[in-house]
Write a protein that binds this ligand. Structure first.
Ligand code: ZN
Length: 228
């Protein structure tokens, strides 16, 4: 070891021991003048800026609805990250059919990297299984054990084979009437799904169908995949 190396090694040890001392110090004497989130965060740590929109157990995510075991056995609770309309990175959860998990994880990585804005992603049990309440809250979700609105036919959502994205920006439109009524399809707005866009392409290349392509009605929020 030459002199320079000895010097830098000594400096490194000094720096390390300073850091250890600092961390012991901060554990023993927390700065009570600051709120918790400031005390525990550091400028270099991205995860400290993460906003958690949903952090449920699987049981809580499917609670409150009488779901047959034949359906439950196919369900998975998946964590996803996305930038929301506050410009911050958020983390939510989505209940999916296990065969679609890989697709949605890959697509959400594109959503995050491209900063396609998603308002929030929370399992619909948190809206008492009300599609109306979830869509009015501009919430993105997949599984909902329900009929197609106004019918006795099970929706693809009942099998967790469909996802609705930013429903307030991507309405269900029938004969000129939007659902939710306050929703508006404006292709200039962030978070809107447009024909030929990156998000639509990512779904389609994995074999999903888009409700924006339907003829008699349009369901711009809706993607679904038929399993083979
Ligand atoms: Zn849908």
């Amino acid at each position: 070891m030459n002199k320079t190396n000895f010097f830098s090694t000594g400096l490194l040890i000094l720096t390390l021991s300073n850091n250890i001392n600092n961390s012991i110090f901060s554990q023993q004497k927390p700065d009570s003048s600051k709120p918790d989130y400031i005390k525990t965060s550091s400028a270099q740590d991205d995860s400290s800026d993460l906003i958690i929109d949903s952090n449920l157990s699987f049981e809580a995510a499917i609670k409150g609805q009488n779901i047959p075991q034949s359906i439950i056995k196919n369900l998975e609770l998946v964590t996803v990250q996305y930038y929301s309309f506050d410009g911050k990175l958020h983390q939510g959860q989505i209940v999916l059919h296990k065969d679609l998990v890989k697709d949605i994880q890959e697509i959400f990585l594109v959503i995050k990297d491209s900063k396609f804005l998603i308002n929030k992603v929370v399992p619909i049990s948190q809206y008492n299984w009300s599609d109306e309440e979830s869509t009015k809250d501009n919430n993105t979700s997949a599984f909902n054990y329900r009929f197609i609105s106004g019918t006795k036919v099970m929706s693809q959502h009942a099998y967790a084979l469909a996802i609705d994205i930013n429903p307030l920006l991507n309405p269900y439109t029938k004969k000129g009437t939007n659902t939710p009524s306050v929703s508006k399809y404006d292709t200039t707005k962030a978070g809107t799904i447009i024909s030929g866009s990156l998000i639509e392409t990512e779904f389609k290349k994995r074999g999903w169908n888009w409700g924006g392509d339907w003829k008699s009605v349009k369901d711009y929020q809706h993607f679904e995949k038929k399993l083979k």
